[in-house]
Design a protein around this ligand. Structure first.
Ligand code: ATP
Ligand code: MG
Ligand code: FE
Length: 351
């Protein structure tokens, strides 16, 4: 099926078009520049930007795919989770399209969409075979840090764990601020870290002590780490020392990545699943990629990392999930669904 997907859960207005498992268009307009001066995504600003970008992004995607709007078979849209006002713009646009074109609509889960993106990457990044299920998925971005057990993309997704405070990307952004780096800070920390010593400072690994692991084996916590970095930097400054910024960045990055991959690999081992899919903007991190490759190779785990344009929020992954739902024989959603900012990952599609 020819599916147009709409994604507006955070700051990117994403319009994607797929035919079955083939990517035809992936247009992304981000309002990140407008949020930069606030040091974080401002929901109202994001929603307004979606409204402004929606129509041009749809036109651009149709151009890129070389199709007319009336040729599409279905519309897919992110129903949640995400920022309520931002989601509402996408949901409204998708419903309007579905009604005007008299086409079925599929309201889908954003996190499951990240997993669905992999099907479009097959053949692009060296992965010649489609991803097999079950798979473990580690989704890390500015808004989420989730570990999923995906037994069936269109029928059975389980949340193994998630962050109990800050998301991993959020931690990068907050520590960047402590170090006086611009927002979003992830890429800046990553660059600085390359010149530092990751063993210079031993920062805490959240929720990895035996007592935490009993209850939070697959959960994450990064707020204590952020505080530890801030305190370490303050102490150095109070002592009149020059802050070894590269070493701090490298040691912080190592602490985050060590925990992320430690828990993801443990999930693979515990569930006997020899596959790990990564998604979300933090996958851009060089150390995430390096350590994932190292540890997966050592554990005999197949590692899947779609190209970055399919890892960060985008409409193509939503279109891909919609197409998979159609191909699996699922009924369209009724037009009664709305934006659900806290949609659980077990709700792959909203009916
Ligand atoms: P959502 O959580 O809804 O997916 P988002 O817009 O917060 O949305 P992304 O756009 O996928 O998430 O990712 C942005 C986040 O990724 C930011 O927090 C940014 O700092 C982080 N990030 C980007 N590049 C890197 C990097 N190289 N290293 C670490 N973090 C990075
Ligand atoms: Mg973003
Ligand atoms: Fe996302």
């Amino acid at each position: 099926p020819l599916v147009l997907g709409i994604e507006t859960s955070c700051d990117e207005t994403g319009i994607g078009i797929v035919r079955g498992t083939t990517l035809l268009a992936n247009v992304i307009a981000s309002s990140m520049d407008e949020h930069a001066r606030y040091g974080g995504v401002v929901p109202e600003v994001a929603a307004r930007a979606h409204l402004e970008e929606m129509s041009p992004a749809i036109t651009a995607a149709l151009d890129e795919a070389g199709i007319r709007l009336d040729e599409i078979d279905a519309v897919a849209v992110t129903s949640g989770p995400g920022l309520a006002g931002a989601l509402m713009v996408g949901v409204g646009a998708a419903k309007a399209l579905a009604i005007a074109l008299d086409k079925p609509i599929y309201a889908v889960n954003h996190l499951v969409g990240h997993v669905g993106a992999d099907v479009l990457a097959t053949g692009q990044d060296g992965a010649s075979e489609p991803l097999q299920y079950p798979t473990i998925a580690l989704l890390v971005s500015g808004g989420h840090t989730s570990l999923l057990l995906v037994r069936d993309l269109t029928g059975d997704v389980e949340l193994l764990g998630e962050t109990i405070d800050d998301a991993a990307g959020e931690a990068f952004d907050k520590v960047a601020r402590v170090l006086g780096l611009p927002y979003p800070g992830g890429p800046h920390i990553d660059r600085l870290a390359a010149q530092g010593n990751p063993k210079a400072i031993r920062f805490p690994r959240g929720l990895t002590l035996p007592k935490d692991m009993a209850k939070h084996r697959y959960d994450f916590s990064f707020s204590g780490l952020k505080t530890a970095v801030a305190r370490w930097v303050e102490k150095a400054q109070d002592a009149g020392e020059e802050v070894p910024v590269a070493d701090v960045a490298a040691s912080f990055r190592e602490a985050v990545v060590d925990v992320l991959l430690g828990k993801a690999i443990a999930a693979c081992a515990d569930h006997g699943v020899p596959r790990l899919l990564l998604g979300g903007g933090v996958v851009a991190n060089a150390r995430v990629r390096e350590l994932a490759a190292e540890r997966c190779a050592a554990a005999g785990i197949e590692l899947r990392i779609p190209p970055l344009s399919l890892c960060t929020d985008n409409g193509a992954m939503i279109a891909a999930l919609g197409a998979q739902l159609i191909m699996a024989g699922n009924e369209p959603s009724s037009l009664d669904f709305g934006a659900d900012s806290t949609l659980p990952v077990t709700d792959i599609q909203v009916h």
